[in-house]
Design a protein around this ligand. Structure first.
Ligand SMILES: NC(=O)c1ccc[n+]([C@@H]2O[C@H](COP(=O)([O-])OP(=O)(O)OC[C@H]3O[C@@H](n4cnc5c(N)ncnc54)[C@H](O)[C@@H]3O)[C@@H](O)[C@H]2O)c1
Length: 557
C-alpha cells in the first residue's frame, strides 16, 4: 500500500502529505528528507556539490526504498517524475496523486525559500518554463488534486479520501490505524542486573514524555533533564518516524538532541561504524550520565548498544526497536555486538539496556519480508513456550498477518515474557538460554551457505525450526501430529518450511563451527511440551532431516 504524491515545488506535497498521513495513521516519507539524511547534506548542498544528476540518483534510490515498504505515503521531489523508471515504479506499486496548482500560486509559495535551489536559480520565467515542461509527466498520475485555492488541511483531506476509497480497511484502527496511546500498553519487567522494563504499545513514540516521566520516578535510574542524550538511528527509520520522536523528545526535555545516522542493516555492525559512534559521542560531550537512544532494527541496537557499553566503560542505552525481530528479540537480553573477520557478532559485550520501548505502530511501514522474518522468531517463542501461546497465535493468525496493533502488543509482550524468564535464569548465556536457539543452528548454517545473501534471518530460522521438528520426529521426541502442528503454524505465517537443495557436508561443517556448539554439536529440538537440548545425535539422522527439508518433503504429504 503505497501512495506517491507528485507535483511541482510549492504544490504542498510535504506539508499536506504529512497532514494526510497523520489523518490516516499512515507512515509518511519525504524522499528529500531521506536523501538529505543519507548523504548528510542539505538539498541545496547536494545540488551544489554533486549537481542535479547526483541528486537524481539519490532520489531514485530513495524511491526504490520507499516502494519496498508495506504501507507509506510518499512525498516525491518535483523532478522525480522525469525519470521513466521512477514513473513506472510508482505506477506499478501504488497510487500516484498529482498535486497541481497554477503557476502564480506555485511561484508565490516557492520563491525566496531555502531548500528550493532550483527556484532561486531559475527566476520566475525559468520557473514557469520548467513547470510547463514537467506537466506532461505529472499528468500521467492516477489522480489530480488542484491545491491552488485549498488550504493544507483541505488538500490533506482530499488525499486521505482517495486513499480510504482505494483501501477501505487500511485505516481501520485495528489494522495499522494510529490510536491514542492510552490504556493498551503492556509493561514487561526484565529481571536482569540491574532490572529494567519494556513498554509495548501502539503510538508510544508520540507519548514519549509519558513514559520518560515514569522512569524519572525510579530512583535507580535517576534520569534528569540536564543529562545529555544522543540519538543513533538510520536515515530510513528517522525519515519515517523521526518527527514523531523529535516532538516527544522536546517535550521530555531533550530538544535538539544530536542525531547520528548509521547505514541500514548489517552494514552498521562494523568496527568503522562503532568508531564513528565513539567519535560522535565524544564530540557531543556525552558523559557517564548521558543516554544513547537507539532507534532502529536489531542491527542498529546491536552496534549502538555496544558503543554505549564501551564508551566511558558503559553509559545508559535506551532502545526503541522498530522491527518485529527487534521488538520480540534483539533489543532485550543485553547482547550487543559487531561483525568481525567475516563472522557475525564475533566481537561484543553484554550490556543490558536501561529501558526498551516497543511501539508496534512503527511496524506498519516494515517491508513484508522483514515482518515475516520477525514472525520466524515469534514462532520460535511459541514453540518453546508450549501449548498456550501457540494456540493463541494460531487463533489470532489473521490479525497477526494484518499487523493489528492490539494483537501485536500481545505478541510482543508474550514473546518478551518468555525471553525475560530465560534472561533472568541465564543473563550471560552460559547454557540455559540455549533453548532460545531453537531453529538457529540449522538457520545460521542455511544463511551462511547462501553467503548471507539468501533469506532474511527469521525466514532461515523458520526453515531451521521445521528441520529440527523433522529431526525430533526421527528421534521419537515428536509424533506426526506434533510435526504437523509446527509446520502448520509456520505456514500460517507464510514462513518457509523447506530450503533450496543444500550441500549436506557444507551445512554440517557450518553447524559444527557454530560458536554456540561448545565442542559438540548441540541442537535444540521441539518436544510435545516445549524444547530439549541434545548433543548426542548421530550425524546420519541429521543428514536425513536435512534431506527431508531440502526435498521439500512436507509433514502433510
Ligand atoms: N542482540 C540480540 O540478542 C539479537 C537477537 C536477534 C538478532 N540480532 C541481530 O539483529 C539483526 C537483524 O535485525 P532486524 O531483522 O531487525 O533487521 P535490521 O536491523 O538489519 O534492519 C533491516 C532494515 O529495516 C529497516 N527498518 C527498521 N525499522 C523499520 C520500519 N519500522 N519500517 C521500515 N523499515 C525499517 C532498517 O533501516 C534496515 O534497512 C542482525 O544483525 C542480528 O544479528 C540480535
Amino acid at each position: 500500500m503505497q501512495v506517491f504524491l507528485t507535483g511541482f515545488m510549492g504544490a504542498g506535497k510535504s506539508t499536506a502529505g504529512e497532514r494526510a498521513a497523520a489523518m490516516l495513521g499512515w507512515p509518511f516519507l519525504d524522499t528529500d528528507r531521506l536523501v538529505a539524511a543519507r548523504v548528510n547534506m542539505s538539498i541545496d548542498e547536494i545540488f551544489a556539490v554533486r549537481g542535479e544528476q547526483g541528486f537524481r540518483r539519490y532520489e531514485s534510490s530513495a524511491l526504490r526504498e520507499a516502494a519496498r515498504l508495506s504501507q507509506v505515503l510518499v512525498a516525491t521531489g518535483g523532478g522525480a517524475v522525469l525519470c521513466s523508471a521512477n514513473r513506472s515504479l510508482m505506477q506499478r506499486k501504488g497510487i500516484v496523486i498529482w498535486l497541481r496548482a497554477d503557476p502564480d500560486t506555485l511561484w508565490l509559495r516557492s520563491s525566496g525559500k531555502t531548500g528550493r535551489p532550483l527556484a532561486a536559480r531559475l527566476g520566475r520565467d525559468g520557473f514557469v518554463q520548467l513547470l510547463v515542461e514537467r506537466v506532461p509527466f505529472y499528468a500521467q498520475s492516477h489522480y489530480v488534486i488542484d491545491t491552488s485555492v485549498l488550504s493544507v488541511e483541505e488538500t490533506a483531506r482530499q488525499i486521505a479520501e482517495i486513499v480510504r476509497k482505494a483501501w477501505p480497511h487500511a485505516s481501520a484502527p485495528a489494522v495499522g490505524g494510529r490510536k491514542e496511546p492510552a490504556g493498551s500498553e503492556r509493561v514487561i519487567p526484565v529481571p536482569a542486573k540491574p532490572p529494567y522494563e519494556v513498554i509495548a504499545g501502539p503510538g508510544l513514540f508520540r507519548a514519549l514524555p509519558q513514559w520518560w516521566g515514569r522512569w524519572e520516578k525510579r530512583p535507580a535510574l535517576e534520569y534528569s533533564q540536564t543529562h545529555r542524550l544522543a540519538v543513533v538511528t538510520t536515515p530510513l527509520v528517522w525519515s519515517l518516524w523521526g518527527k514523531e520522536l523529535e516532538t516527544g523528545l522536546a517535550q521530555a526535555g531533550y530538544p535538539s538532541s544530536p542525531v547520528v545516522f548509521l547505514p541500514e542493516g548489517e552494514k552498521a555492525k562494523t568496527p568503522g561504524q562503532l568508531q564513528r559512534l565513539w567519535e560522535a559521542f565524544t564530540s557531543f560531550h556525552l558523559d557517564r550520565q548521558s543516554i544513547v537512544l537507539a532507534v532502529g532494527g536489531g542491527a542498529l541496537t546491536d552496534v549502538a548498544g555496544f558503543a554505549a557499553a564501551t564508551y566511558m566503560r558503559g553509559i545508559a542505552a535506551v532502545f526503541l526497536p522498530t522491527t518485529l525481530l527487534g521488538q520480540v528479540d534483539a533489543a532485550v537480553g543485553g547482547k550487543t555486538a559487531i561483525d568481525y573477520a567475516g563472522v557475525k557478532n564475533l566481537v561484543g559485550v553484554f550490556h543490558q539496556p536501561a529501558h526498551v520501548v516497543a511501539d508496534v505502530h512503527v511496524l506498519t511501514s516494515l517491508p513484508q519480508t522483514l515482518y515475516r522474518s520477525g514472525l520466524g522468531e515469534v514462532a520460535k517463542y511459541a514453540i518453546i513456550a508450549g501449548d498456550g501461546f501457540r494456540q493463541w497465535l494460531w487463533v489470532h493468525r489473521r490479525e497477526v498477518l494484518a499487523r493489528a496493533e492490539d494483537t501485536l502488543v500481545e505478541v510482543v509482550a508474550r514473546c518478551l515474557e518468555i525471553k525475560a524468564s530465560f534472561v533472568a535464569a541465564d543473563e550471560h548465556d552460559t547454557g540455559l538460554r540455549q533453548a532460545l536457539n531453537l531453529g538457529h543452528t540449522f538457520g545460521h548454517a542455511f544463511e551462511a551457505a547462501a553467503g548471507f545473501r539468501g533469506p532474511q534471518h527469521g525466514l532461515a530460522v523458520a526453515a531451521g525450526i521445521a528441520t529440527a521438528a523433522r529431526l525430533a520426529q526421527m528421534l521419537g521426541l515428536l509424533d506426526q501430529d506434533g510435526v504437523d502442528g509446527i509446520i502448520d503454524l509456520l505456514r500460517a505465517f507464510r514462513l518457509p518450511t523447506t530450503v533450496r537443495p543444500v550441500d549436506e557436508d557444507t551445512i554440517l561443517a557450518l553447524m559444527s563451527h557454530d560458536k554456540k556448539s561448545r565442542g559438540r554439536l548441540r541442537l535444540v529440538l521441539p518436544t510435545r511440551a516445549g524444547v530439549i537440548e541434545r548433543d548426542d545425535i548421530e550425524e546420519g539422522l541429521i543428514r536425513r532431516a536435512l534431506k527431508a527439508s531440502c526435498k521439500g518433503v512436507q509433514a502433510k504429504g
